[in-house]
Design a protein. Structure first.
Lengths: 261, 83
């Protein structure tokens, strides 16, 4: 007797993948892509409320989780931070006085530039490709190629593209992005290669003297380091050492940035 | 219904969740509705891609791969059910 097999389709994996639902989904996605190409500002305007909601939600989650922290530990941490703050204030005053003295003595060749303050709408790891989306665009004077600094003047990246009210920043640590830099007190030149998520790698001669804890700087008006050497390879068979660099500023927690021409 | 829920979650994840979560949801959406994988990849590129950020549009390529994988899975599962 011929066996009859059921041809009833599974409700989850039926044939509907080729139906109007699929076509609609692909159609909408293509529409977004065309919209991005023709009017990039419109798509950014559509996405901005969602990005802002996401940023607010993540901030709320962070404050909610801190509620469950150990009170004693938090108090101790607060006291330590207050003491550190006082010490830093005193140090800053001394440095300011020193800068004023030196400026009087030597004069200054640097002119004050117009800085643009911008909030970070999206940052890694939500945004792929190691990019930031900022809430300032052409209307605020932002243009491609401008430098982006984090708190304390830490260099983060450059403006990659701009719309009327938003801007995309490509971080120096974006995968495969190469940046000229120098490291340590000897100011040894290095080519930084981005690894993503704020980290870098580089190679240096084994006898160059690069050691863990050295600060890494890049060109620009800011003198803040971009990273700190976290590891130095020691392969006896190679004349060069692989240098691992961790970010000086965590891009995952950056909320405000400054944009410089 | 579950297709719509996963699809909407995948779209919203591009705004709210880390991209590995978005990638997982993209794969889940592709398994339920294969062409959604490619569509979500295009959507991610529309949101985040700029010519200077990478040589290749990785999300569109990844979405296309997820769609191809899901289509293979569908063909395989369907064949097994009929036999």
């Amino acid at each position: 007797m011929k066996t009859q097999f059921s041809r009833k389709r599974n409700s989850l994996i039926g044939n509907s993948w080729i139906g109007p639902a699929s076509l609609s989904v692909v159609g909408i996605a293509v529409l977004f892509l065309i919209l991005r190409a023709v009017a990039p500002g419109a798509l950014a305007a559509l996405g901005t409320p969602f990005w802002k909601t996401g940023a607010a939600l993540s901030a709320n989650v962070q404050s909610a989780t801190s509620f469950f922290g150990n009170a004693t530990t938090l108090t101790k941490e607060r006291d330590e931070l207050l003491a550190e703050n006082t010490a830093l204030k005193a140090e800053q005053l001394a440095l300011q006085a020193k800068v004023q003295d030196l400026t009087k003595l030597l004069g200054t060749r640097t002119e004050r530039t117009d800085e643009i303050l911008a909030a970070v709408l999206v940052r890694p790891p939500v945004s792929p490709y190691d990019t930031f989306v900022l809430d300032q665009g052409e209307s605020a004077g932002v243009g491609p190629g401008m430098r982006v600094l984090g708190p304390g003047g830490v260099p983060l990246g450059t403006i990659e593209s701009v719309t009327e009210r938003t801007a995309r920043v490509l971080l120096y640590s974006a995968p495969a992005r190469e940046t000229t830099s120098w490291v340590g007190e000897e100011r040894l030149a290095l080519i930084l290669s981005g690894k993503g998520s704020g980290a870098f790698t580089a190679t240096a001669a084994r006898e160059s003297g690069v050691s863990e804890g050295d600060f890494v700087y890049i060109d620009g008006s800011s003198f803040a380091p971009v990273g700190v050497v976290s590891s130095v390879g020691n392969d006896p068979s190679s004349p060069r050492s692989a240098v691992g660099i961790r970010p000086y500023l965590n891009p995952f927690s950056t909320t405000w940035v400054t944009i410089l021409p | 219904m579950i297709r719509i829920v996963v699809l909407v979650s995948a779209v919203l994840s591009f705004f709210f969740f880390p991209y590995p979560v978005s990638a997982l949801l993209l794969l889940a959406a592709a398994l339920l509705l294969p062409f959604a994988g490619f569509a979500l990849g295009l959507f991610a590129e529309a949101l985040y891609f700029s010519p200077g950020v990478h040589v290749l549009p990785l999300w569109a390529i990844g979405g296309a791969c997820a769609t191809a994988f899901a289509l293979l899975v569908h063909r395989f599962v369907k064949t097994r059910i009929i036999e």
